[in-house]
Design a protein around this ligand. Structure first.
Ligand SMILES: O=C(O)CCC(=O)C(=O)O
Length: 218
């Protein structure tokens, strides 16, 4: 039984408000700042149609190509640099958040999203991982830092109704099991709402994923 507050919004969809302590938020934020200052930092992905996403991204472990919607080792849609490795100590709280709701995640990918005051992300499914993990309902776990994000949780069809959830600095969100392929997005960011001590401007979300089950695709 988890000592943390857990709100189950649907089978397999869990909001864990305040999952990261203020000290943990500062630790994760410091790691994000260090990664952002590295050779392969944040960039603004350009999507298939030529438009740009409304957030910056930094992919760890594997790179998510915004033009092909596939994972790859190099940032071939940006600067060709290899995706930096995912540090296990960054992934640790995502593993424990999944365990807190009875799910198992061995993350090898983290997409770090950085939203400015006008940042948002349209409704989408996270379905570019290997079918072995999608079929098994291996969760995607997000950690939120900085400004509050207006997160939208939808259903399994794009047209399904959505529920709005405020994701505040320190919150974790888990989508696994029958909710693994739910549509979701970020409608808006509340500028200036985050704790200054975290030391990040805007909102940063870290979404941890497992590409494949052991023995499946490489
Ligand atoms: O920023 C968030 O909370 C959600 C990010 C997201 O939907 C994604 O990375 O697929």
């Amino acid at each position: 039984m988890s000592a943390h507050e857990v709100v189950e919004l649907a089978p397999g969809a869990f909001h864990l408000p305040g999952y990261l302590s203020p000290a943990e938020q500062r630790r994760v934020a410091a790691m994000v700042r260090a990664l952002a200052a590295g050779a392969a930092g944040f960039y603004r992905p350009q999507v298939r149609g030529g438009g740009f996403m409304h957030c910056d991204m930094l992919c760890l472990g594997r790179h998510w190509n915004a033009r092909t919607y596939t994972y790859e080792w190099q940032r071939s849609d940006h600067d060709g640099r290899p995706a930096p490795p995912l540090p296990p100590e960054l992934a640790r709280p995502a593993v424990s958040a999944a365990a807190a709701v009875g799910l198992s995640l061995v993350p090898d990918i983290c997409l770090v999203n950085r939203y400015g005051p006008d940042g948002r992300m349209g409704l989408h499914q996270d379905k570019d991982e290997d079918p072995s993990t999608l079929d098994a309902g291996v969760p995607v776990v997000s950690l939120s830092l900085g400004d509050t994000g207006g997160f939208l949780l939808g259903g399994l069809r794009r047209r399904d109704a959505t529920t709005a959830i405020a994701l505040r600095s320190g919150d974790a969100f888990v989508m696994g099991g029958p909710s693994r392929l739910r549509y979701h997005g970020v409608a808006r960011v509340l500028p200036g709402s985050g704790p200054a001590a975290v030391g990040l401007s805007g909102r940063v979300s870290l979404t941890f994923r497992q590409y494949a089950l052991e023995g499946h695709a490489t």
